[in-house]
Design a protein around this ligand. Structure first.
Ligand code: KG4
Ligand code: ZN
Length: 343
């Protein structure tokens, strides 16, 4: 009989201190997320130094809380997984050092997980990923389109050439004086507005790459110019037009990729995939292309350790363990990561 595999996962790449225990790469047995969002909101964005200090303060409490929720004991855990890249260096280091310590003390193998892979594998929690599938990861740091050929083989089709779509949500929100994190606020405002602003289409081409910095700069300049002239900005309308323009480019390129590759499954992931408008529009695009569409439960879209436990499972099965030289990395090119991991 195959033994169940329990992975204790740690995620501290940005402003959430999170730990989870995940069974067989899919069942979340325990999950704790301590968010620092309110602290950073008063500064209008994440302050790296404060983030790492807060991770240090809360990590042992998060571990204690997670173990309380677990029916077994820490000795029953089969491996310790941790996000080592990409993210804020000081924040990542807190998680990495905690994982190494647990691995050493309890003599458990250590698994190094790339954060983007975590977002992708969050789709395995309530649905089992069907291969091959197209995957779009949209977060504060990423806008990547991939083909997942099977559990271990994947290929990057395209990425953002500049800003990630989540980052632009946050910057547009900031110029409109909406609090951090901007994504959910823009989503809410957009519901109250109408698409009345004409905005430039981001990277209106047929590649699988994205470019959002032009749209971001256009909106920031528009707001500043209108304010200088004492003209009012219709915040809800601008939020609506921005969201429509940003999402249209994502769905258009996914539609193109589904048509060209003839792949019949599509998954969405990352913090921005919590956005209902994007979820609805992407579902329509996939239906038109005759492809299935899945996106994680909203809880698992933004940063959490459960997704890290899911992404660690294929690495556990392949016995791809890290040693104690494991270090945090603030950036990691997804294309290079995939090429290296498939060697
Ligand atoms: O995945 P995530 O939690 O952290 C990163 O890995 O970056 O994503 C955070 C990003 C932020 O830019 C945030 O504004 C955005 O996801 N986000 C949203 C929504 N919820 C979070 N963007 C649009 N609509 C949302 N509902
Ligand atoms: Zn993330």
């Amino acid at each position: 009989m195959n033994k169940d595999i329990h992975i204790l996962a740690i995620e501290t790449s940005c402003d959430e201190t999170s730990m989870a225990i995940v069974k067989n790469g899919r069942e979340v047995e325990a999950l704790t997320i301590a968010t620092q969002m309110e602290t950073h909101a008063s500064f209008g964005g994440v302050v790296p130094e404060i983030a790492s200090r807060m991770h240090t303060e809360s990590i042992t409490l998060v571990l204690e809380e997670t173990l309380k929720k677990f029916s077994g004991k820490i000795e029953d855990i089969d491996a310790i997984a941790v996000t080592y890249a990409p993210g804020l260096l000081g924040s990542l280091l807190v998680g990495v050092e905690c994982a190494k310590t647990l691995s050493l003390v309890y003599n458990k193998p250590l698994i190094a997980v790339n954060h983007t892979m975590g977002h992708i594998y969050a789709n395995n929690i309530e649905y089992e990923i069907t291969y091959p599938t197209l995957a779009l990861i949209v977060s504060g740091g990423h806008t990547d389109m991939l083909i997942l050929k099977n559990e271990t083989e994947m290929e990057v089709l395209g990425s953002t050439m500049d800003d990630a779509v989540g980052e632009v949500y946050d910057k547009v929100a900031r110029v409109l004086n909406l609090p951090y994190p901007g994504g959910p606020k823009i989503e809410k405002m957009a519901l109250e507005g109408k698409d009345t602003y004409e905005l430039p289409k981001p990277m209106n081409d047929d590649s699988y790459n994205f470019s959002y910095s032009g749209l971001k700069s256009y909106i920031i300049n528009l707001v500043h110019n209108e304010r200088q002239r004492n003209h009012g900005i219709r915040v809800a309308d601008l939020a609506c037009s921005f969201q429509k323009t940003a999402v249209e480019e994502l769905t258009r390129k996914v539609g193109l990729a589904l048509k060209n590759t003839q792949i019949k499954n599509m998954i969405l992931a990352g913090g921005v995939s919590a956005n209902k408008y994007l979820r609805e529009e992407m579902a329509k695009t996939c239906a038109e292309a005759g492809a299935t569409f899945h996106v994680p439960n909203i809880l698992y879209c933004t940063d959490n350790a459960a997704m890290i436990g899911c992404a660690a499972y294929p690495l556990f099965k392949a016995q791809k363990f890290a040693d104690f030289t494991l270090n945090a990395k603030s950036s990691e090119n997804i294309k290079k990561y995939i090429e290296d991991s498939q060697k």
